[in-house]
Design a protein around this ligand. Structure first.
Ligand code: AMP
Length: 190
């Protein structure tokens, strides 16, 4: 099963991706988690990454494409994967689509999490207290939401027109368990 999740930061993609990955025994590829893990290495690259993540801007495409290409070959991902936070730019989506085409792999489902920005801002501020993430203060949250609108929303629109039969809009303001049921129902139908 190959799944992609789109949606603004704070829309609950990570929570749902984790649950789906456990239920279907597939790889959860959260590029945000992978990058945060890399920060702990403390080398020159990680210092630069830290600066970018703390500002709410996007990390350069080459780094992300390399990370994802490596992970998709991982033996843990033989059953499939769920992409959470990638692709986030048109350049990343071009890379991913040509990578998949070369390997003869197709997406099963693409989910677009729709939610009011007012709700995500509140959620992200609460998360900033719980998880102490450096990218969850109000100014950085605004940058992250703008990046989503400028860079990632066009990618999800591109996927919507390219894969109209596998693309599903999800109301992400619902309860976690309700969304999870909806996603599993769609995945089982496919
Ligand atoms: P997330 O946890 O998915 O919200 O990601 C946290 C941060 O990691 C983002 O604000 C970006 O700085 C960086 N990041 C994660 N995924 C990507 C990506 N696909 N492209 C560029 N930057 C990314």
């Amino acid at each position: 099963m190959k799944i992609v999740l789109f949606g603004p930061p704070g829309s609950g993609k990570g929570t749902q991706a984790k649950l789906i990955a456990e239920t279907l025994n597939i790889c959860h590829l959260s590029t945000g988690d992978i990058l945060r893990e890399k920060l702990r290495e403390g080398d020159d690259i990680s210092l630069k990454l830290k600066e970018t993540l703390s500002s709410g801007n996007l990390v350069v495409d080459d780094i992300l494409n390399q990370i994802v290409a490596e992970k998709l070959f991982d033996k843990n991902c033989v059953n499939g994967f769920i992409l959470d936070g990638y692709p986030r730019t048109l350049a990343q989506s071009e890379f991913l689509l040509s990578f998949m085409e070369n390997k003869n792999i197709e997406f099963d489902s693409i989910f677009n999490f729709k939610i009011d920005f007012k709700i995500v801002k509140e959620r992200l501020l609460i998360r900033s207290q719980d998880e102490k993430r450096s990218d969850d203060n109000i100014d950085v949250i605004k940058t992250r939401l703008n990046k989503y609108l400028e860079e990632t929303y066009p990618v999800s629109e591109f996927f919507r027109t390219k894969f109209p039969h596998n693309y599903f809009n999800i109301d992400a303001s619902q309860e976690i368990s309700k969304i999870q049921k909806e996603l599993i129902k769609i995945l089982k139908k496919g």
